[in-house]
Write a protein of this length. Structure first.
Length: 285
């Protein structure tokens, strides 16, 4: 009797570097969900406050930024209430930074399971982006509550039509962090020193982004250095985020298009180098 077996995919040694194997990712979606749940549970396991840290971290950071940069340094916030201004920047920045830093160690952190079990490797960085999205959602709730408080207190700000770009902005933050994180993760399989520089480098990058100051302030006071801030792809993203929710910021379709182009380029490069390294990274990690 002739039996025919149907295969949905084939594991091959040679494949296109641009092949995301999305059909495999979809087939392993249950694993993706389990990894997201694992990341969420394990991160706050044996903590007293648990998920409340989602609120505590941005809240305390906002208080410190308000005291140091808003009150002591006297940096302008474009007329917005200082805590609201900083909370907007912190909320957006934290999601990007978390995606980048956690994706940047995906090969090193999962070398054991990668060497024993086959599954589409892209599952790991995607699970990081999705688990961080839960944290981002909680922090967005805190930001919206703060908006409501200041609105009822008579603060002057207004929501603009750019708020409809919010899903696109969140996607850009996720893909930018994912792309840069995959590049760094692939490079750390050979150059371990990069792993020590990631956290420090992300902190420095924050000061080259409009998290603690508006772009207009940088252009007016430090025009010779403003180009560094302006060409940072996260700057148009955060400026659009603030402009959409608070009505203040340097919104520009051109700048947003630039950020989209850079994000796309870094993501494609990240995919190429990630796919290339995953073939033999077990020998180098």
């Amino acid at each position: 009797m002739d039996h025919k077996e149907e295969y949905h995919w084939t594991i091959e040694a040679k494949a296109s570097l641009f092949d995301l194997k999305l059909n495999e990712v979809w087939a392993y979606r249950d694993l993706l969900i389990l990894l997201v749940r694992r990341d969420f549970v394990s991160f706050y396991k044996q903590t007293i406050l648990g998920p409340l840290w989602f609120f505590i971290q941005p809240l305390f950071t906002t208080i410190i930024f308000t005291f140091i940069f808003g009150n002591l340094a006297g940096i302008s916030t474009d007329g917005l209430p200082k805590p609201l201004f900083y909370m907007a920047g912190i909320t957006a920045w934290n999601y990007f930074a978390d995606c980048l830093t956690k994706t940047s160690t995906v090969f090193k952190d999962n070398a054991g399971i990668f060497g024993k079990v086959y599954f589409p490797r892209l599952i790991m960085p995607l699970s990081i982006v999705m688990s961080n999205l839960v944290r981002f959602a909680v922090q967005m709730l805190l930001f919206l509550l703060m908006m409501a408080y200041y609105y009822l207190s008579g603060a002057v700000f207004h929501i603009t039509s750019a708020i409809f770009l919010f899903p696109f902005i969140v996607t850009l933050m996720a893909l930018l962090g994912l792309g840069v994180g995959m590049i760094i993760s692939a490079m750390t399989t050979k150059y371990r020193d990069l792993a020590f520089l990631v956290t420090f480098g992300v902190q420095l990058l924050m000061y080259a982004t409009t998290v603690i100051y508006p772009l207009s302030e940088a252009l007016n006071k430090y025009p010779e250095y403003a180009w560094i801030i302006a060409y940072n792809p996260m700057t148009p993203i955060i400026e659009t985020f603030r402009y959409g929710f608070l009505g203040e910021g340097s919104f520009s379709w051109g700048n947003l298009g630039y950020a989209t182009a850079v994000t796309t380029a870094l993501l494609l490069f990240g995919i190429v180098i990630f796919n290339k390294v995953e073939r033999n990274f077990v020998d180098t990690v």
